[in-house]
Design a protein around this ligand. Structure first.
Ligand SMILES: [Zn+2]
Length: 224
């Protein structure tokens, strides 16, 4: 059943479990995600990037999702726009039938990120669609990064609280040291779990760990 991102994540937030978000670019990938969710008896978030949408066509992406969601009515599924880069891109996804959008303005200064996220939240919420935003910068964090460097790229818990209050965003991707891509770390990953805990306490909303594939042991630790 196609539901909003919040419906899936607020339940997970309250009952303290995680939900996987999986990207797709074609039928084979999307179908496999549903087959796996059925075996695991798990809700899922499926997501398409702007590039994947350009490749499939937004009508095809939403259409395939709806057909599979009808085939597996017992699986709660949210369709998320992954790393939306503009208000227009998020609006297009909302209008096409996505039930969740991410606005990633994390490369902009804090105030700009806040203003753009707020604009997307206002539009998406008026259509019953949930919103994810990002604070801090996701990148390859070197082992020997200094504290001042960490503060420059990782999420600031004070800012996170202010950001969530002002934007009313539904869930937040905090940069705590994970990175994208298949080869994530040069050596041991160094994730800032203390920072993660602070952000969780200060915002009390679901948090989204990007770049979490291939590091399941660290994902487990994120719940402790
Ligand atoms: Zn990401």
């Amino acid at each position: 059943m196609l539901v909003s991102g919040s419906e899936i994540l607020l339940k997970a937030h309250k009952e303290r479990y995680g939900v996987g978000a999986f990207n797709f670019v074609n039928f084979e990938m999307l179908n496999s995600i549903f087959v796996a969710a059925d075996i695991a008896k798990s809700p899922i978030i499926v997501q398409a990037s702007e590039g994947a949408i350009k490749y499939m066509g937004i009508d095809m992406a939403v259409g395939m999702l709806k057909i599979l969601s009808n085939r597996y009515p017992h699986i709660p599924v949210a369709l998320n726009l992954d790393h939306g880069t503009s208000f227009e891109s998020c609006k297009k996804a909302v209008d096409a039938g996505f039930t969740s959008v991410m606005i990633d303005a994390s490369h902009h200064p804090f105030e700009e990120n806040l203003a753009l996220t707020k604009e997307v939240v206002e539009y998406a919420h008026s259509k019953g669609v949930s919103v994810e935003a990002e604070l801090g910068r996701l990148m390859g964090i070197e082992d020997n990064i200094s504290v001042s460097e960490k503060d420059a790229v990782l999420i600031n818990p004070d800012e996170a609280e202010e950001f969530v209050k002002a934007t009313k965003v539904d869930y937040l991707a905090p940069a705590i040291g994970t990175s994208h891509g298949a080869f994530k770390f040069k050596g041991e990953p160094k994730l800032d779990f203390e920072r993660l805990q602070k952000v969780k306490r200060r915002t009390n909303i679901p948090l989204v760990l990007h770049g979490a594939s291939a590091i399941p042991e660290y994902v487990r630790e994120a719940f402790l």
